[in-house]
Design a protein. Structure first.
Lengths: 256, 435
């Protein structure tokens, strides 16, 4: 579904991603872990098409479409979804109106007629229930005055509404208490299917107890330096990143 | 001192005045009123950039030409479809070049309301008691000119305890085959406990130049409630000078919603509210969206003269292209106006590299036990918010519309009429330029 080859990207002329490779197939959940500043959030932003990031090399294909050629909105319409680490507050835009606009613009892109109001509201109700999102929040301004946990839950609610092919969760667990974490994870688990895939970016193994990944990758200095199964996450939790850093740094030094 | 710069219109008016006064056969007190007013106008001349209140708003290009001073085809048909507001059930009153056209207007059958062309009520006692008693106390030369030479307009009187079931929509149409100078004069009087909603739309038929100098005086007696909308949707070549003077008595409520959209190249609104009694409430809301080389200038005065009154003002400007939006909000709290609660907020959004917004909140407080606050912001599109919307599949155009609607929302959510709100939201959407 997603194929990233030798991806290089920089921000303000500083190279952050230095040749990243990743293959994600439908039905899979990949976790990306790594120390601070390794490039995890940059990867998420580059895939979503944030302007400040400049892609300097490599390619990304989503179901064989050149993702890097597309505008952020077309990437979303092709089925890419980024759950933001810091969701933006937009006072005056109602959550529901925002979602209706998003759903219908995606439908229009696919040549479908706008969704009937009744059908849309039915969908809202159904998805709210699925991800345990408070109906009161859905009717408020987009993220305005939401707590950190409520914002993250709103991201998952949007994810449920838009039914993307590939969802990237960028540190969705940060700032969540145990209950909120469970709710968010349950939401994601309900949405997992044969036809979609998830990339879960996280610092902590804790989230992976709830969203069990098929693969775990360690990102360091803009590259994936180790891949494994869910057991790798447990090993990292226990040993930290230093042993990995040392071996990568040693290799680098040897190369010089 | 006369600082009159050479102006064709000024000289044209000076000649026209004497001739008109004789021709029309006005009676007293009209003759004296008009003469005194014209003397004031002659003394002051048209405002120039040297006047503080006009420093951003140059009248010279507008008055430096000849105009037709009265309608050559007074009975003509007009197209008012542009002013139609979807879903709004209102009595429509049509004014063409400032003249009330009863033949084109709806008949109001509800009891307790009197509507007339202003030229037909000179002998009406109530009219005479209020006419030219308020706006003429200001130093606006355009009011003096209007008092001296207005020829048309509306007088509306709503009787005691009358709450109108339907809104009144006044449609001001500018329509001429030659450049025309229209002077419209309105007086609306609401008796105690009267309630009404008046929606004024400004449109043009054709693209001939018009300069429209309108003065409206509004009197709200005890516990009267008025919702008052201005919807400026006219064409590029129609220019507007509007002066609104509101006098409020005890427990009255006046809400003004002043909305301007891309079109008319020159709009100057003066909206002055005089809180002339205790326990008065006034709200002034504004949304201005400008484009091309438009100038929209809103000057407001909230004059707290008595204790225990409340005023609330919120203006939003969005300037695009090479356009200019001006906001000047004066709040006076006079020595007697203790326990005043006055709020003012002005938020601005600059879209387009060459647009400008000039804003001046101005508070003058002479009482010591009052609560006054004001704020002013200047901003652009929030790139983070735009990206967030796009990341959900929303395209540039829709994302911008959502954000501008959101920006205007603080004001549009206050609208008393849902149909007008939807109409205004639609006009904002239409008026936004998406590169």
């Amino acid at each position: 579904m997603l194929s990233i080859k030798n991806l290089q990207a920089s921000v303000d002329d500083k190279e952050i991603l230095k040749g990243l490779n990743l293959e994600v197939k439908a039905g899979e959940v990949h976790a990306i872990m790594g120390p601070n500043g390794s490039g995890k959030s940059t990867l998420a932003s580059v895939l979503a098409g944030k302007e400040a990031y400049e892609v300097t090399g490599g390619e990304v294909r989503l179901d064989n479409k050149d993702l890097l050629e597309l505008s952020p909105e077309d990437r979303a319409r092709e089925g890419l979804f980024l759950a933001f680490q810091y969701p933006v507050e937009i006072p005056g835009v109602s959550n529901i109106n925002f979602l209706k606009t998003a759903v219908n613009e995606i439908r229009a892109y696919k040549g479908l007629a706008p969704m009937e109001a009744k059908e849309f509201l039915k969908l809202v109700k159904e998805k709210q229930k699925l991800v345990e999102f408070d109906a009161k929040l859905a009717n408020r301004s987009l993220n305005e005055g939401f707590s950190g946990g409520e914002k993250k839950r709103n991201e998952i609610f949007q994810l449920a509404m838009l039914e993307p092919k590939l969802a990237i969760l960028d540190e969705t667990d940060s700032g969540l208490d145990i209950d909120a974490l469970r709710i968010v994870a349950n939401g994601v688990n309900h949405l997992r299917s044969e036809n979609n895939a998830f990339i879960v970016i996280t610092h902590y193994q804790r989230l992976l107890d709830y969203i069990v990944p098929d693969f775990v990758h360690v990102l360091y200095k803009g590259k994936i330096v180790k891949s494994g199964t869910k057991e790798l996450a447990l090993e990292l939790e226990e040993k930290g990143y230093d042993w990995l850093k040392e071996s990568v740094d040693a290799e680098e030094n040897a190369a010089i | 001192m006369i600082t009159q710069v050479s102006s064709s219109l000024y000289h044209q008016l000076v000649t026209f005045f004497e001739e008109r006064l004789t021709l029309k056969g006005y009676q007293e007190p009209q003759v004296s009123l008009r003469k005194e007013a014209f003397a004031r106008f002659k003394d002051w001349g048209f405002p120039t950039l040297k006047a503080e209140d006009w420093k951003y708003t140059n009248l010279q290009p507008l008055i430096n030409q000849h105009y037709l001073l009265n309608d050559a085809i007074p009975g003509k048909n007009v197209d008012t479809s542009q002013a139609i507001i979807k879903g709004l059930d209102a009595y429509r009153l049509i004014l063409v070049n400032g003249r009330y056209r009863k033949d084109l207007s709806d008949v109001i059958t509800e009891p307790g309301i009197f509507v007339s062309a202003i030229e037909d009520v000179a002998n009406n006692e109530l009219f005479a008691a209020h006419f030219a008693k308020y706006a003429d106390k200001t130093d606006n030369p355009l009011v003096a000119l209007n008092t001296a030479l207005h020829e048309g307009g509306l007088y509306i009187h709503i009787g005691q305890n009358i709450a109108l079931k339907k809104s009144i929509q006044i449609i001001h149409v500018a329509s001429s085959s030659e450049a025309i100078f229209n002077q419209t004069r309105n007086l609306f009087v609401l008796d105690p406990n009267a309630e009404a909603e008046i929606i004024e739309s400004f449109i043009a038929n054709g693209s001939t130049i018009s300069l429209n100098n309108t003065v409206s005086e509004l009197v709200l007696n005890e516990n009267a409630h008025l919702q008052h909308y201005y919807l400026q949707t006219s064409g590029e070549k129609s220019r507007y000078l509007n002066h609104t003077e509101v006098k409020q008595a005890k427990h009255s409520l006046y809400n003004n919603y002043n909305c301007s959209f891309p079109g008319s190249s020159f709009v100057r609104n003066n909206i002055n509210v005089r809180l002339d009694d205790t326990s008065v409430e006034s709200h002034l809301y504004g949304v201005t969206l400008t484009a091309k080389d438009q100038l929209v200038d809103n000057h407001t005065i909230v004059d707290h003269r008595m204790p225990h009154c409340e005023s609330y003002e919120w203006y939003k400007n969005i300037a695009q292209d090479t356009s200019t939006a001006v906001f000047n909000g004066k709040i006076f709290v006079q020595p007697d106006a203790q326990k005043t609660n006055a709020f003012q907020q002005n938020n601005n959004m600059l879209i387009g590299d060459k647009a400008s917004i000039l804003t001046k909140p101005q508070l003058e407080i002479f009482a010591d036990d009052v609560k006054c606050s004001h704020g002013c912001t200047m901003g652009q599109f929030d790139d983070e918010a735009l990206f967030y919307l796009k990341a959900r599949g929303i395209g540039e155009a829709s994302a911008r519309v959502l954000l501008v609607h959101a920006f205007a929302f603080d004001v549009t959510e206050k609208f008393s009429n849902d149909n007008v709100r939807a109409y205004v939201d639609h006009l904002i959407e239409q008026g936004l330029i998406i590169e």
